[in-house]
Design a protein around this ligand. Structure first.
Ligand code: GDP
Length: 361
């Protein structure tokens, strides 16, 4: 894989510390790092659009320390009234399809128009370069120096549910900080699309021409979720192939039932390198926004998503607490063994464990 790729999903390697460092400077940095803001400081800073405070608040969301989680939840709660005023766009596609190049191309256009863009990512498999100074620095160079853009890499590796929840909470803070366009990038290889789809208004699938009939390993469900398919790299000698692919996908999309949004999914060709059709894609997203605002789907869908995330969070927390309960940990393996040798049924074993968990907590 190209190491110099620009993507919110990727992090730079850290640089080595020089052998002799200025100890006073290190002390100062440590002191500064230790400075802790109150919840009100965070909320005020976020609403003022202070990026440094926004970043630190997101770090609290990502932290698993109970103390941080308590503060993070309070910050989210207080930011909630200032959030929601944005369009949230999910972008997916297989590695190499050009997601980060595309985000840079369309992102520059968005910020040039005066909008404020936050680029977030969901990559449950990502490995953070732990402890490295530049570990958090992203690689989207043009956007990362753009004062109207804010790029945050994926929360560190963890369960998809956990990583996705943190990203959804991060959206609230970014919106409260004034970002009116939110991109959530994910790698089109697994379950993460479903998670992204459940937190965005518009879902864009990037594809390549001529990459095989089996729709590039994409599950049918992902095509079904898409509000638009953009066949990227429609440039140079690839243009004809891209146009053919466009017809193929248009035909494929006809096979799916109409969407509740009444939006008819579009297939376009584009080039993130030559900027071909990048404006058109942005205009298409505006059209979608207009249509779904008028027919109320936009609002209703967000409400449904909020409900979904409530249940998702309950389910995740129950599961996490159950499997981390010391009593359950002690009994689980024993009962699993009994099920394996056929001494008791799976259902009976589950009942014993669940009864134990709920009765003796
Ligand atoms: P990602 O893994 O999906 O984020 O893909 P990248 O944005 O890193 O792009 C992968 C490679 O494809 C890079 O070498 C890009 O320069 C190249 N690429 C991206 N978009 C285009 C495009 O529209 N046309 C061409 N010819 N190459 C592109």
């Amino acid at each position: 894989m190209n190491k110099n790729k620009k993507s919110a999903l990727k992090v730079n390697k850290g640089i080595k510390q020089p052998s002799s460092v200025n100890k006073d400077a290190v002390k100062k940095i440590k002191l500064r790092r230790k400075q802790e803001y109150s919840v009100s400081d965070y909320v005020e800073g976020i609403i003022k659009g202070d990026r440094s405070i926004l970043s630190q608040a997101i770090t609290l969301i990502e932290s698993s320390l109970p103390r941080h989680q308590v503060n993070a939840q309070e910050i989210i709660k207080r930011c909630l009234p200032y959030s929601g005023n944005s369009i949230r766009i999910g972008i997916t596609g297989v590695p190499g399809v050009g997601k980060s190049t595309f985000i840079e191309a369309i992102g520059k256009k968005i910020t040039e128009k005066g909008s404020k863009l936050a680029v977030l990512a969901i990559d449950p498999s990502s490995e953070r370069s732990k402890g490295s100074i530049l570990g958090d620095k992203t690689r989207m160079e043009a956007l990362s120096t753009d004062e109207n853009a804010y790029i945050r890499p994926s929360p560190s590796a963890g369960s998809l549910g956990g990583v996705a929840r943190k990203t959804r909470e991060t959206v609230v803070l970014c919106e409260a900080a004034g970002f009116d366009t939110i991109f959530i990038e994910t790698v089109g290889v697994g379950q993460s699309e479903t998670a992204v789809h459940s937190m965005v208004d518009f879902f864009l699938l990037l594809m390549l021409a001529g990459a095989g009939d089996e729709l590039q390993g994409m599950k049918r469900g992902i095509i079904e979720m898409a509000d638009a398919i953009a066949i990227n790299k429609a440039d140079g000698t690839n243009i004809n192939k891209a146009n053919l692919a466009k017809v193929e996908y248009q035909n494929a999309l006809h096979l799916y039932p109409p969407k509740n949004s009444n939006w008819i999914p579009k297939v376009v060709t584009c080039s993130a390198i030559t900027n071909h059709a990048i404006d058109d894609i942005w205009n298409m997203i505006q059209d979608y926004y207009k249509l779904t605002n008028e027919n109320n789907y936009f609002k209703n869908n967000r409400r449904e998503q909020s409900k979904y995330w409530m249940y998702e969070t309950i389910n995740n927390n129950l599961k996490f607490n159950f499997y981390n309960d010391s009593n359950i940990i002690n009994k689980l393996k024993l009962l699993e063994q009994k099920v394996l040798i056929g001494e008791i049924s799976s259902f009976y074993a589950a009942k014993i464990l669940l009864d134990d968990y709920f009765n003796y907590r």
